[in-house]
Design a protein around this ligand. Structure first.
Ligand code: LMR
Length: 406
């Protein structure tokens, strides 16, 4: 039965990361996966997370969580993105499910939309995160793209995006990153967000906001702007959160799918359908990661410490962006100044697939094939070798000093 199978392609992000691990060159640089690394290239643990883990140590509670996960966690996660005084929370017009990271949250949303035939097509930005289409298609939904980047691939083409959104048939879904757009790092301005929300409302399109990087763009509160505008102005919407990045809990798989409804009565019906979708998938979520997040968000001291460390990370990435752009300006004939204006962990470099391949093969510098780079993978020791390698590729001359691994 299995003998005629053909191999599926490697995942463009996680598959490439496997190749990176096998690369024996000592000076290799990993700018692939959206993971925050510190100066020494390690994934740091937040002090608040370490303290929460200490507090949670003790007799193991082994019983199943509810299908939709820990309710206290769901409330705290929703308050973080909507604001602790969000009127719709007081009204009960929302449902939160604890999910297996952001990807698991997207899949719960996709399964729910498909099983309840809420929409047929999910429209996404072009480009979007490499896994978005696969997740919604796997649930049986169609996907289609609307324009996002300008012709130079460096900024938002707001006019083209709005014109395309106008044409999407009423009753379909629009998937967009609520902050820190992946893969481009290009976000709408607050004023543009307001226009987008007004249009989605007028056209009766279902917003699906993917928010995996809250705190890495303009700040923890500022990054929630799009979700809060949607929550305040549109009756029905979906938000997906991940705590992989902003809690450094990548392998704990902690996320949430938040559904906004018109009323508490509708929320109850919707909750039953979300539970049915989860039960047919992974039954119920694991406990530990969500307990860590609940402990930190529910304790003002731990929360303050977490927030301060997250803000330090955000600022470090912003500084790296400036230094990286300045170093590229010195060495390259090509303009990379857009890197300094983008937000979050990612930049869309504008490098071609051939240039990305050369960077990997000749210099051991790994980008995703579409030219996306994780700025949070740069540090004091790899920043200059990386810019020299990029200069060598885009200027098409061998640089004076090539990285040790070349
Ligand atoms: C990324 O885009 O690098 C992250 O969201 C990790 C992943 O699962 O692709």
């Amino acid at each position: 039965m299995f003998q005629n199978l053909t191999a599926a392609p490697d995942d463009p992000i996680l598959g490439l990361n496997e190749k990176f691990k096998q690369d024996q060159r000592s000076g290799k640089v990993n700018l692939i996966v959206g993971v925050y690394q510190d100066e020494s290239g390690e994934i740091p643990e937040f002090q608040a997370v370490a303290e929460a883990r200490r507090r949670l140590a003790g007799p193991h509670k082994a019983n199943y969580l509810p299908i939709e996960g820990d309710p206290a966690y769901g409330t705290l996660a929703t308050q973080l993105i909507l604001g602790s005084d969000a009127p719709r929370m007081a009204q009960g017009a929302w449902v939160a499910a604890q999910t297996l990271g952001g990807t698991g949250g997207l899949r719960v949303v996709a399964d729910f939309l498909a099983r309840c035939q809420v929409v047929q097509t999910v429209w996404h930005t072009n480009p979007t995160w490499v896994n978005h289409q696969a997740i919604f298609q796997a649930a049986g939904l169609q996907t289609a793209a609307f324009p996002y980047l300008d012709a130079a691939g460096k900024g938002l083409d707001f006019t083209a995006m709005m014109a395309a959104l106008e044409q999407i048939p009423t009753g379909q879904a629009v998937l967009i990153h609520g902050c820190c757009h992946n893969p481009t790092g290009v976000d709408p301005t607050p004023a543009q967000w307001q226009e987008i929300v007004t249009l989605l409302k007028q056209r009766q399109l279902l917003p699906i906001l993917d928010c995996a990087y809250q705190g890495f763009g303009a700040g923890l509160e500022a990054d929630a702007l799009a979700c809060r505008l949607v929550s305040e102005q549109i009756d029905e919407a979906v938000i997906i959160q991940s705590f992989s990045k902003n809690f450094s809990l990548y392998n704990q798989r902690v996320g949430a799918a938040i559904f906004l409804t018109k009323s508490q009565a509708e929320a109850q019906v919707l909750r039953s359908q979300v539970k049915a979708a989860i039960r047919a998938n992974y039954s119920n979520p694991p406990q530990h990661g969500a307990a860590i997040v609940r402990t930190v968000l529910g304790d003002s001291e731990l929360r303050g410490s977490w927030q301060a460390e997250l803000e330090d990370m955000r600022q470090r990435i912003a500084t790296l962006r400036q230094r990286f752009a300045a170093s590229l300006r010195e060495k390259c004939a090509v303009d990379f100044s857009h890197i300094s204006q983008q937000a979050g962990m990612f930049s869309f470099s504008g490098l071609t697939p051939e240039q990305v391949t050369r960077l990997r093969d000749e210099f051991g510098v790994y980008f995703v094939g579409n030219g996306r780079m994780n700025v949070a993978g740069l540090n004091e020791s790899n920043l200059e070798p990386t810019t020299r390698a990029i200069a060598a590729v885009v200027n098409s001359v061998v640089p004076d000093t090539v990285p040790a691994n070349a």
